[in-house]
Design a protein around this ligand. Structure first.
Ligand SMILES: Cc1ncc(COP(=O)(O)O)c(C=O)c1O
Length: 394
């Protein structure tokens, strides 16, 4: 195509497009679709945060450009949040950067710290942006497997020493998308030691750090004994604070890597709108007791869906965090075929595991971003679909 660069045409195909087309056809026909493909929380942004945004909108000073790298209020709030949640001290001027959502930050960090041809260790299955941003930056991803027998937690022995030596950076993500796996601080210590041993920049995507269940507290990689210059952690207000569309997140850690990211970003964007940064600063530092209530809602949904799937004969994990269940495809179908048939025959959308990498094949992801009643209904429909006579290759 004339107006499409080779780089963009090299971006892996968008697996959801066929499902989305089919969804539209069915909705137009009046079919009631339950969409468990959505990766964003459905619960509202808490009122006190919305009210702060409104107040900040009344101050014309806030309509100016934000300082590059984000406003002081937000950077200080991220530092205060790390002190409160993880007892980690950060210098808000040099160790914190405002992002227009963590996806933007991850996407830009890759070209900011790596050169074309550099090798980047990424999880398989994993959040697709690690791969697509690498394609854009002509960085070569080297996938490492997340295996069921390890509860989808990386076993460092699964990364061949040669690959580790040749790589420049490694990406981790816990609680994880799509597997919903979680780790403890010992794991991050092992990751920190591994990156030191192989001279890697350690990146941790902690988008779901505040979405946790049953007393589990997700650790920060910065709590490990690690050379700060070797680590970057990405965080988001999209999930824990239910501020998805606000587009606000942060990166913390290595001064040098953040400086590189800031140079790149200051040439492409001028940070987020000030009222959003200021309302987000307030969110990070004010009462967050709503999270307990929100997480209880999600945990309940998780248990409801886990049980419904179990009754249907489908194995899934019982995660300690995130908004997903990672489930086994029950038939001898590819995850894509399973997703397509489930949509056609049961009106339920799930995400095929292969959308997240070759090791995602055989699995599918269910989002918990719909009400409990809808999840129950989806569970019933899935059970009926599975127990209906003969699907391809049962
Ligand atoms: C693992 C993971 N990282 C990062 C993001 C991006 O979040 P945001 O850009 O909204 O901060 C998402 C969103 O779905 C995600 O699942």
């Amino acid at each position: 195509m004339k107006f499409q660069s080779e780089t963009v045409s090299n971006i892996p195909p968008y697996l959801f497009s066929k499902i989305n087309e089919r969804k539209k056809e069915l909705v137009d026909k009046g079919v009631d679709i339950i969409d468990l493909g959505i990766g964003a929380p459905d619960l509202p942004t808490p009122r006190h945060i919305v009210e702060t945004l409104k107040k900040e909108m009344d101050n014309p000073q806030n309509f100016r450009y934000s300082p590059y790298g984000g406003c002081e209020e937000f950077r200080e709030a991220v530092a205060a949040f790390y002190e409160r949640e993880f007892s980690v001290q950060l210098d808000p001027k040099e160790e914190v950067l405002t992002l227009i959502g963590s996806k933007e930050g991850i996407g830009h960090l890759i070209p900011a710290v790596m050169n074309p041809g550099d090798r980047f260790l990424v999880p398989d299955p994993g959040y697709p942006v690690y791969e697509t941003a690498s394609v854009l930056a002509r960085v070569k991803t080297v996938p490492f497997p997340l295996k069921e027998e390890n509860n989808f937690v990386l076993d460092f022995d699964d990364i061949p020493v040669e690959e580790a030596k040749q790589a420049k950076a490694m990406m981790l993500n816990y609680p994880g998308n799509p597997t919903a796996a979680s780790v403890n601080l010992d794991f991050f210590q092992r990751a920190a030691d591994f990156s030191k041993e192989h001279d890697l920049l350690l990146l941790h995507d902690s988008a779901y750090n505040m979405v946790t269940f049953n007393g589990y507290k997700a650790p920060s990689v910065l709590q490990a004994k690690v050379d700060r210059e070797r680590v970057i952690e990405f965080g988001s207000l999209s999930k824990g604070y239910c501020m998805t569309g606000w587009r606000i997140g942060y990166a913390v850690g290595s001064k040098v890597a953040l400086k590189s990211l800031s140079v790149l970003k200051s040439n492409l964007d001028t940070s987020q709108f000030l009222p959003i940064q200021k309302a987000a600063a307030y969110a990070l530092t004010s009462d967050n007791s709503f999270m307990k209530e929100y997480n209880e809602i999600l945990e309940k949904r998780m248990l409801v869906m886990h049980n419904a799937l179990k009754i249907a004969g489908i194995d899934s994990n019982k995660p300690k965090g995130s908004i997903f269940l990672w489930c086994k495809v029950p038939f001898n179908l590819s995850s894509k075929e399973f997703a397509e048939q489930l949509l056609d025959q049961a009106g339920v959308i799930i995400t095929p595991g292969s959308a997240f990498g070759s090791k995602g094949e055989g699995f599918f992801r269910v989002s918990l971003s719909v009400e409990e009643q809808k999840l129950k209904e989806a569970g019933t429909r899935i059970a009926e679909f599975i127990h209906a006579p003969i699907k391809g290759g049962v």
